[in-house]
Design a protein around this ligand. Structure first.
Ligand code: AHR
Length: 260
């Protein structure tokens, strides 16, 4: 897809790693955040009898049939970036970040920062059904459950996009005036939410009224964190192609590869 700056960095990483110069022919499809289009793309790769398929799954669920088709065709599938809910026996392995841990990290940071003070929290989630959104939500909620002084007022999807973040924030600003924490599940959503708060005259960041937590820590996200507009930014590293290349080298060498 191309929903976020993180995704753009992830895509460039694949395109600069799997080059002809490095001995690869890369067939790349941008599924545009569309689960059905992504499954069709995988089916197309199976028909073309490619050697390896790497999927960064838009959605966590619904992969069983197409993974079985790849397995029947004898094509190793590497699930990258986001997880799938399918049986790990249906694919070679998973390589990506632990998004539940990212959510927990955000929660633990907030607990330390607030030091027992009350929190009225709004959440802008990532794309519905994406493991990165599910993991970050579950991880953060796990910590929130341990804090009676925290209230999650609302949690809605901004689809991991800047426009989505802005739209959700505009609607939150109409309904809530008493929040002091905003959790955005990626940097682009945070930028959109900031635009909405700027327009509404709501202050945020280290010198403002609203604490902003974001995820990804892209270059722009870290810049905004260093200058105090974002209070906490949890890293999710988009540079994963070298790890995928390593897995392919192990498959070629006939080495055992752990499923996850
Ligand atoms: O799966 C990784 C997530 O997807 C990143 O946090 C987000 O920016 C991207 O769209």
């Amino acid at each position: 897809g191309h929903e976020s700056d993180w995704r753009a960095a992830n895509t460039i990483d694949y395109q600069t790693t799997f080059t002809e110069e490095n001995g690869y022919e890369l067939l790349f499809v941008d599924a545009d955040n569309d689960h059905t289009a992504q499954m069709e793309a995988v089916r197309n790769f199976i028909q073309q009898e490619v050697d390896y398929i790497v999927i960064c799954p838009v959605q966590e669920a619904g992969w069983e049939v197409v993974l079985e088709e790849a397995q029947d065709a004898g094509i190793p599938v590497i699930i990258a970036d986001r997880t799938v809910s399918a049986d790990p026996a249906l694919y070679t392995t998973f390589l990506g970040t632990d998004t539940a841990l990212e959510g927990e990290t955000a929660g633990l940071w907030l607990a330390e920062y607030l030091d027992g003070a009350e929190a009225n929290i709004l959440v802008i989630e990532g794309s519905v059904g994406a493991s990165a959104a599910i993991g970050r939500t579950n991880g953060f909620n796990k910590i929130a459950e341990q804090h009676e002084e925290w209230t999650i007022l609302d949690s809605q999807s901004g689809d991991f996009t800047q426009a989505g973040g802005q739209q959700v924030m505009e609607s939150y600003l109409k309904s809530y005036s008493d929040f002091n924490v905003l959790v955005c599940q990626n940097d682009n959503e945070a930028y959109g939410a900031m635009d909405a708060m700027d327009a509404a005259g709501v202050t945020y960041g280290v010198d403002g009224d609203v604490i902003i937590i974001s995820f990804d820590a892209t270059k722009e996200g870290l810049t905004r964190t260093l200058d105090g507009r974002i209070n906490c930014n949890v890293e999710c590293n988009p540079l994963q192609a070298a790890g995928v290349e390593d897995i392919i080298a192990k498959i070629i060498a006939g080495e055992e590869i752990p499923a996850v």
